[in-house]
Design a protein around this ligand. Structure first.
Ligand SMILES: [Zn+2]
Length: 456
C-alpha cells in the first residue's frame, strides 16, 4: 500500500463540472473523499488505476425518481393522465407487496448505477425505496409522500407521515447515513390546502426537506384555477367539494406555505413569468423531467428561462412507468434538443449547462451541493466513468458535447459512491442474481391483474 493511502484514477478526460475539462486527467481519493484533481502526469503518489479512454465525471444525480415503481414499466402505456394515475394507484394497492416494491426499487437503483447515477431524489409512499437505497449504498433524499384531497383527512394524514419519517430515521440508527429522509405532499389534485399547510409546517418544524409535484398537466391547472376538468370531476365524484384555489399551481404552493420551505418543485412545466418570480424569490429548485413530460403529453417546461433566471435545476428520470428508462446523459440530450427546437436557435441551453443539470444542479436542488455534484478536493468521492468507445475522437474535439450529445445511453463501466466502488466492469455490487426472475414474476402478476380488470 502506498504511504499516502491515496487511490488515483486516471481517464482520458476528467470533467470536474465546476472547472474546465482535463485531458489525461486523474482524481485522487482518500477514504470517502476526493483529495486531488488534475493532470495525471503530476498526480500525487498512490495506488494508480487506469480507466482508459473514458469520461470521468462526478456520479450523476437523478433529482426525481420513483424507484419502487420500476416494475410498472409497460403497465400503463397510452392511458390519459387521470387513468394513468388511477390505474397505478390501484395496481399498487391490489397487486404489489412491500417485497415487490423493495425488488423494484433495487432493480431501479441497479439500472441507475449502470448509467452512472450515484444519487437519487426519490419519492414514495412506502419505506421500500429508502430501504433499498440504504441496502445498495447509494446516496440521496428519500421523500415520503402524503396524499389526501379531502381536507378532513389532513390531520391524520400528516400525523401518519410524521410517524413514517421517524420510523425510517430510527431504522438508520446513529450511523451516518447517505440517505436523508424528506416529505412530499404529492400534487395539487391529491392534496388539500389544509394538508399542504400541515405538511409545510411539519417540514419547517423538523427541518426536513420537501419535494412536491406541481404545474405538470393542463388538467391540474384547470382544477386549481377553475375547479374544472377530469380531476375536478373525479374529486366531486368522491364527494369532495371543489372550488378555484389559486391563480396557478405555484401560486397555490405560495398561499399554503409550501414555497416558504424552499421546496424541490417536480416538473414545473406550466410556469409563467409570475410563477418563475415566485420560485426565484422563495429559493425553490426544480426537478426537470423532459422525457416524462413529453411522453405523458404534458408539454415542455421553460428550462431555458429557469437557467437564465439562475434558478437551481436538476434532471429527473421520473418513474419508469412514465419514461421508460433511466439515463441522465440521454435525458440531458433530449432536454437540450427540445429547448433548442422550442427557442428556434442552436444551443438555447448550452451543453455545459445541460451537463450541470445532471450533476451539480441536481446536487443543489437536493441540498447536497457541499458534498457532491462536482470533482473538487474535500467533496465526497462519488465518481462515474463512461467508456468512450468509438466516441474518443469526438471527446477530443469537445468532451462536454460528447458527454451530452454523443454518448446516447452508453453504460457506465465504473461507479464509486462515498469512496466505495458500486459498479465495476459494468457489474453492480449487492444485487441478488435472481432479481430479474423476481421482477418477471411481478410483471406476470401485474399482467394477470390488468387482464382481469373491468374496462373503463
Ligand atoms: Zn414523479
Amino acid at each position: 500500500m502506498p504511504v499516502s493511502g491515496l487511490r488515483i484514477w486516471r481517464a482520458r478526460w476528467v470533467l470536474p463540472i465546476d472547472a474546465a475539462p482535463i485531458r489525461d486527467g486523474a482524481v485522487a481519493v482518500e477514504g470517502d473523499r476526493i483529495a486531488w484533481v488534475g493532470k495525471a502526469r503530476v498526480a500525487p503518489a498512490g495506488d494508480r488505476l487506469d480507466l482508459g479512454d473514458a469520461l470521468l465525471l462526478p456520479a450523476l444525480v437523478n433529482a426525481h425518481s420513483h424507484l419502487d415503481l420500476t416494475g410498472f414499466r409497460g403497465l400503463l402505456e397510452g392511458l390519459s393522465f387521470v387513468d394513468w394515475i388511477r390505474t397505478l394507484t390501484a395496481a399498487k394497492r391490489e397487486v404489489t407487496t412491500d417485497d415487490d416494491l423493495f425488488d423494484a426499487a433495487r432493480a431501479g437503483i441497479a439500472e441507475g448505477l449502470r448509467s452512472g447515477i450515484g444519487t437519487f431524489g426519490d419519492t414514495a409512499d412506502r419505506p421500500a425505496a429508502a430501504q433499498a437505497m440504504r441496502a445498495l449504498g447509494v446516496r440521496g433524499v428519500a421523500f415520503q409522500e402524503v396524499f389526501g384531497p379531502d381536507p378532513a383527512q389532513a390531520e391524520s394524514a400528516v400525523a401518519d407521515l410524521e410517524r413514517r419519517v421517524v420510523r425510517l430515521l430510527d431504522e438508520a440508527g446513529d450511523e451516518p447515513s447517505l440517505v436523508r429522509i424528506g416529505v412530499s405532499p404529492h400534487a395539487p389534485y391529491s392534496v388539500s390546502d389544509a394538508l399542504y399547510r400541515a405538511t409545510a409546517a411539519l417540514a419547517t418544524a423538523r427541518g426536513w426537506p420537501l419535494a412536491t409535484h406541481v404545474a405538470e398537466s393542463a388538467d391540474e391547472s384547470a382544477l386549481v384555477t377553475e375547479a374544472e376538468g377530469p380531476f375536478a370531476e373525479y374529486l366531486r365524484g368522491r364527494g369532495i367539494a371543489v372550488a378555484p384555489r389559486a391563480a396557478s399551481p405555484v401560486a397555490l404552493l405560495e398561499a399554503t406555505g409550501v414555497l416558504a420551505t424552499r421546496p424541490l418543485l417536480i416538473h414545473a412545466v406550466r410556469c409563467r413569468r409570475d410563477d418563475r418570480e415566485r420560485m426565484r424569490r422563495a429559493g425553490a429548485g426544480v426537478a426537470h423531467c423532459p422525457c416524462s413530460n413529453a411522453k405523458l403529453g404534458h408539454g415542455v417546461a421553460p428550462l431555458r428561462e429557469y437557467v437564465e433566471d439562475g434558478l437551481p435545476v436538476g434532471l429527473g428520470s421520473d418513474s419508469m412507468a412514465s419514461n421508460n428508462r433511466m439515463h441522465l446523459l440521454e435525458e440531458a440530450r433530449i432536454a437540450g434538443l427540445v429547448q433548442a427546437a422550442r427557442a428556434g436557435r442552436a444551443e438555447a441551453v448550452p451543453a455545459a449547462a445541460l451537463l450541470h443539470l445532471a450533476t451539480l444542479g441536481g446536487a443543489q436542488v437536493l441540498g447536497l451541493a457541499d458534498e457532491i455534484g462536482s470533482l473538487e478536493p474535500g467533496k465526497a468521492a462519488d465518481l462515474a466513468a463512461f467508456p468512450l468507445g468509438d466516441k474518443v475522437a469526438a471527446a477530443d474535439l469537445d468532451p462536454v458535447a460528447a458527454a451530452v450529445y454523443a454518448m446516447g445511453d452508453a453504460p457506465a463501466s465504473w461507479v464509486m459512491v462515498a469512496g466505495v466502488v458500486r459498479v465495476s466492469a459494468g457489474v453492480v455490487a449487492g444485487v441478488p442474481t435472481d432479481l430479474p426472475v423476481r421482477m418477471a414474476a411481478q410483471a406476470a402478476r401485474l399482467a394477470e391483474w390488468r387482464e382481469a380488470r373491468p374496462a373503463r
